[in-house]
Design a protein around this ligand. Structure first.
Ligand code: GDP
Length: 216
């Protein structure tokens, strides 16, 4: 691949319910976050496609992994939002299996963008996403979303607090973000594009390949 993948080329590619159905991919960046944290708004702003990530919110798609193609075999991946108040235990278990294995094993995954409401950062479920992904040592970029809802002082305090909380992990970066005011949009887009390219081909032993071998 020569040119950098560009976020505004994003186009819906596919929705996946099971790991074995993950598409072949050279590089992908996953967007994760609690439901209502502002993930869809962030994806729409960063890709400059007003309704793109709402595809992921259509009935039947909210629990799926949604792939948006940025370039040949390069994807932005919208992971299912978590933290719904009333989720039956079996759905919760499915969610944990899907998300944890995707984050721990997907070889094409080059980094994660974790969207957290700046007013409620680092909830226990956000922490779990980090616990699953951080051991791989790949970059995590945290967007403290809806920062327009905080005063200047509160913004500075929140940023400092979250940076302190993740300071032991060199692979984690944090910034303030607002889809409403576009605060931090350029910084976020640059970070994501630099994580994605130029990229080396993914190595074997991908979770989808392993599962395909187990269940031909
Ligand atoms: P998702 O469930 O994480 O995909 O969240 P959405 O992007 O759908 O946003 C959830 C709600 O928060 C919606 O009502 C959005 O309009 C609102 N929202 C999202 N981003 C922002 C933001 O940056 N500022 C403000 N004030 N509201 C936002």
């Amino acid at each position: 691949m020569t040119a950098k993948p560009v976020l505004n080329r994003a186009q819906f590619h596919t929705s996946v319910a099971r790991l074995r159905d993950l598409p072949a991919s050279q590089a992908e960046i996953a967007f994760a976050g609690r439901s209502n944290a502002g993930k869809s708004s962030a994806i729409n702003l960063l890709t400059r496609k007003n309704r793109l990530a709402y595809t992921s919110k259509t009935p039947g798609r909210t629990q799926l992994i949604n792939f948006f193609e940025l370039d040949a075999n390069v994807y932005l991946v919208d992971l299912p939002g978590y933290g719904y108040a009333k989720v039956p235990p079996e759905i919760k278990a499915q969610w944990e299996e899907l998300l944890s294995r995707y984050l721990q094993e997907r070889s094409a995954l080059v980094g994660m963008v974790l969207i957290m409401d700046a007013r409620h950062p680092l909830t226990p479920l956000d922490q779990r996403m980090l616990d699953w992904f951080l051991p791989r040592g790949k970059p995590v970029h945290i967007l403290l979303s809806k920062a327009d809802k905080l005063s200047g002082n509160e913004r500075a305090q929140t940023l400092r607090k979250v940076k302190q909380a993740v300071a032991e992990h060199a692979s984690v970066s944090v910034q303030l973000f607002s889809s409403l005011s576009r605060m931090g949009a350029e910084e976020a887009a640059e970070r994501i594009e630099s994580l994605l390219g130029p990229v080396e081909p993914a190595e074997g032993n991908d979770v989808a390949e392993v599962l395909a071998a187990q269940h031909p």
